[in-house]
Design a protein around this ligand. Sequence first.
Ligand SMILES: [Zn+2]
Length: 258
Amino acid sequence: MNCHETQRWLPGYLDGELDLVNAVTIEEHMKTCARCSQAYANQQALQAALRGSRLYAPAPVALRKRIETSLRQGDTSARAPWTVRWRWYSITLALACVAILAWGLGRAWVVPAADDRLATEVLNSHVRSLMTDHLTDVVSSDRHTVKPWFAGKLDFSPTVEDLASQGYPLTGGRLDYLDGRPVAALVYQHQRHIINLFSWPAPQASGTPTAIEEHQGYNQIHWTQAGMTYWAISDLNVDELHAFVQLVQHQSGPIPAR
Ligand SMILES: [Zn+2]
């Protein structure tokens, strides 16, 4: 079962409506798929929120009065007692409120934020660099070789540091393309894990704090510092990747070339 099918069946799975074979297949898929298990967690959260009372909004008094008036003006022939009618109006209103809120929450999930789109771009670049045998354009552990290599290829000069003595040797660099512009990709290694460190001038002057995310089994850490945007990505565990990021952050901030 692929992601598309899994997510199509998730509502049924959530409501316990699937047969055992399909339910087990979905559970097996979610064990290895962060995206689908996140979708499942989101739907669980929505279900819990809808069951809670926080979404209940009492109708305003003015609306209540208008409905009472229109009821009195309406047909007075055989109809349910006023209290019963009012109860139905309340239920309909409450359901409408819940539906609108649920629609809004659903939209919030399906419309990706700018950071989400960038996270996907970073993930794709990282995976592509590992798969297409195009990890580095310049192979060197010497920052005095790697840094000048970028000159003339980018409109900024990335900070290049070898972190071999701290356990994260530099293995090279390459040009990449992210967020609609050419960026510097520095490649580091930790044990057998590859780290891609992308950097380019930040579009906004203000710094953003370090954010840690996990996408499809890869950890991503991004931040801005000294006018530059940084994204580090690896299949390293979060602690080791974070240690790497802290080493990078302790370097002096990069200066745009022009
Ligand atoms: Zn999936």
